[in-house]
Design a protein around this ligand. Structure first.
Ligand code: NAD
Ligand code: FES
Length: 295
């Protein structure tokens, strides 16, 4: 059992939960994730460990409330408990020893970038973070990243920082030269656009992938992705891969596979809430509401 100690809203649908998990806080390394199981009947959700406080025995999980299971999590309040948190899972980030790294975070993907930027900064690598959101209120973790180096903040609508996608700012950074490595995490179209820039510039690029995951131990095959023409299991061989070798088209296809089930589960959740208020009968929950991609 893991007690929730804090829940802070970071953007219109993104929340930071601070949860008791002393063993994970002690041994986790940047790039790793956990699988969270809220309670009986709940889906198992893979979530990046955005931050830890080893002394306090806590981990921070940044969650985008978009489907039934993630909404159940972001509605937790301090004192609530989560049944199970498995982890840390996945391979830690391979961090360079020196040089200049650019960390690109799109939307909630910025939460995955934060521990990487912190670890790079701690070992003396110069860090430039480029983060983006649809508009000002969707930008997250800007202050935390400023503690690691320069931050270029972009908004799609120009309401804050630099107008445009993170890739526009990255193109300028690459044109200036001196970039040794890029880490990019965010929506698939963003990561695909990033490697569209770093490939021709021949800059090493690491992306963190969030395919559907079920067990997180390499048994179910749900998280398979194709990298350099070879099938890889993101939960045990990733989640980070060489972005220049990832088949993003296949990843986008596989991520959309469970959308109808996710939609049905969300509609059932809403119907239950209305039923509670009005006493209206609610049908049985949909079968196979699907495992989640790492939000
Ligand atoms: P979003 O759609 O609001 O986009 C965030 C930012 O990404 C935009 O502001 C823009 O700067 C950039 N971006 C988006 N589309 C782009 C494109 N076509 N070209 C260039 N840049 C683009 O993001 P969101 O709603 O916060 O969603 C985040 C997504 O990230 C979700 O799909 C989630 O599944 C994914 N995610 C991935 C990981 C991972 O490990 N890869 C982790 C967390 C979240
Ligand atoms: Fe099952 Fe990776 S989540 S094999």
């Amino acid at each position: 059992m893991h007690r929730v100690l804090a829940n802070e809203q970071l953007s219109p649908n993104v929340y930071r939960l601070v949860v008791q998990a002393p063993r994970i806080a002690e041994i986790r390394r940047p790039g790793q994730f956990v699988i969270v199981h809220l309670g009986p009947g709940a889906e198992r959700i893979p979530l990046t460990i955005a931050d830890v406080d080893a002394a306090a025995g806590t981990i921070s999980l940044v969650i985008q409330g978009i489907g039934k299971s993630t909404l159940d999590l972001v509605e937790l309040v301090p004192g609530d408990v989560i049944d199970g948190i498995a982890g840390p899972l996945g391979r830690p980030t391979e961090l360079p020893e020196h040089g200049h790294a650019v960390c690109v975070g799109g939307g909630v993907g910025t939460a995955v970038i934060l521990p990487i930027a912190q670890a790079l900064h701690a070992r003396g690598v110069a860090v430039t973070s480029i983060i983006g959101g649809r508009s000002r209120e969707w930008v997250i973790l800007e202050d935390e990243l400023k503690a690691c180096g320069e931050v270029v903040t972009c908004t799609d609508d120009g309401s804050y920082g630099r107008p445009g996608f993170v890739t526009t700012a990255l193109a300028d950074e690459l044109a200036r030269g001196g970039v040794d490595e890029v880490f990019a995490v965010g929506p698939v179209p963003m990561m695909r656009a990033v490697v569209g820039l770093t490939g021709p510039a021949e800059v090493k690029t690491t992306v963190s992938l969030n395919p559907i995951m079920v067990d997180g131990t390499g048994m179910c095959g749900g998280c398979r992705v194709t990298v350099d023409g070879i099938v890889r299991y993101a939960c045990v061989e990733g989640p980070e891969f060489d972005g220049l070798r990832v088949d993003f088209n296949e990843l986008a296809d596989r991520q959309s596979t469970y959308r109808p089930f996710e939609k049905a589960a969300l509609e059932h959740r809403e119907a239950c809430k209305i039923g509670l208020r009005t006493g209206a009968p609610v049908d049985a929950p949909p079968v196979g509401a699907g495992a989640g991609a790492r939000p």
